[in-house]
Each structure stands twice: as C-alpha cells, then as structure tokens.
Design a protein around this ligand. Structure first.
Ligand SMILES: [Zn+2]
Length: 233
C-alpha cells in the first residue's frame, strides 16, 4: 500500500531538486560564497518542512542553498522529518489495518451469528388433530383432550373440529382458558382438505416454561374462541 498522502510528495522532491539546482547555478556562476549570515535554526527547520510562509525569493533560502553548513543542517532536518513522516505513515497504516480488521471481524461475526441463528432454529412440525375433539367454550369447564408441544419454534397444523367454518383463524398458546397470558400467537387462513378445515401457523415457544397451557383457536369473523388443554414439555 502506497500512502502517497503521507510519504514525501513529488512537490518535496521538486523542492529538493530546486535547492540543488540553485546551488549548482551559483557554483557555476562563481558565487560560492553564501550571501548574508546563516539563518537561525527555526528558519531552517521551517524551510525543511517547506512551511508555506517561506518564499523561494527569500534571501535566506538562497543563502541556505549555498552555505554548506546550512545545507547540512537542512538535510538533517529533512531526514528527521522523513523518518517522522514514515513513523506517522506506519502508525496510520497500522491503525487503518486495525479498523479494517475490526470491521471485517464484526461483519463476519454478524453474518455467522445470523447463519447460526437460522441454523439453530429448526422449526418443529407439529400436528394437532381436533377433528373429533370436543371443545371447551371459554365459559365451560372440563378437559377433553390434551396436547403436548415442545419448547421450540413450531409449525403447528391444526385440524379443526368438524363443522368448523372457513376463514381466518388466530391460534394462541395461553395460560388460562380466558385468553390471558398469551405465550405465542399466529394467524392464518384455514385451508380445506376434503371435509377437513385445517390451519397452520408458526409459534415460538422457546421462552415458554414447561407446564400446563391452553391452545386457543379463534375464528376471526365470529370471534368464537375454543380452548384445548395442552402441555409444554
Ligand atoms: Zn549558512
């Protein structure tokens, strides 16, 4: 990876060739003696950094280009700057790599987690045949049929009792026969198989504690609810 925005730029290379070139020109012209006194350290440091405020027409620049002492110091500063820049570039590169790695790990983990979740959730098919089952009206006492369901995500297919009307049904697992304490709920259109009406919904019972519950079927048009005792094991 080339970090061109941090490594010494072409402009810096050009600046260095300009310094050398102007030095050569002056040597060729016989002007080997630097003009004026040596500028102070801070000026040379700024010059090495190519600080924007320094104009190339500044007499101290042409002095530095012709004074071996200033040139040496200038080159030392340039070296220091470059190694600082390289360190910065390296640190930045490492930081970028860490961020990229973190992002990649997070994205991969999320993907794996999602795949695991969908792999974990095996939907257990369950069939409950209420064809011959008597029903318990919410007001009627009695226990006529017991059904057992697992603590899992289930796809429950309920064969509705004979004479059940067609239409949309809601299916719920409740804690009592008055429809209180709904553990899970789903809704679907009943399908006809010959003379049987059946309804199939997905219910997530993973959060349910083992125990006694009721399976409630409610015909959504006439709002008639029927409750069947069941066990979650
Ligand atoms: Zn000098």
């Amino acid at each position: 990876m080339r970090l061109s925005w941090i490594w010494p730029s072409r402009a810096e290379d050009r600046f260095e060739s300009w310094l050398l070139q102007s030095h050569e020109e002056r040597v060729l012209a016989g002007e080997t003696t630097p003009v004026g006194p040596c500028p102070d350290e801070s000026f040379l440091r700024d010059l090495a950094r190519r600080a924007k405020w320094i104009a190339l027409s500044d007499p101290r620049v042409s002095h530095a280009a012709n004074c071996p002492k200033c040139m040496t110091r200038l080159l030392i500063f340039r070296q220091r700057n470059r190694s600082r820049q390289r360190k910065l570039a390296l640190t930045t590169a490492v930081a970028i790599c860490i961020v990229i790695a973190a992002v990649v790990i997070t994205v991969t983990r999320q993907g794996m987690h999602r795949r695991l979740q969908s792999a974990d959730v095996a939907i257990v098919p369950e069939t409950v045949n209420l064809w011959d089952a008597g029903t318990i009206r919410s007001s009627e006492p009695g226990s006529l049929q017991s059904v057992s369901l697992p603590v899992a995500v289930i796809r429950i297919t309920i064969v509705l009792p004979r004479f059940s009307p067609q239409g949309q049904y809601s299916v719920a697992i409740t804690q009592d026969r008055n429809g209180n304490g709904v553990i899970a709920q789903g809704s679907a259109q009943a399908t006809t198989n010959g003379d049987h009406e059946s309804v199939s919904v997905e219910l997530d019972l993973r959060a349910a504690k083992a125990g006694a519950y009721f399976l409630a079927t409610t015909h959504e048009q006439d709002q008639a609810s029927y409750y069947y005792p069941l066990q979650i094991k």
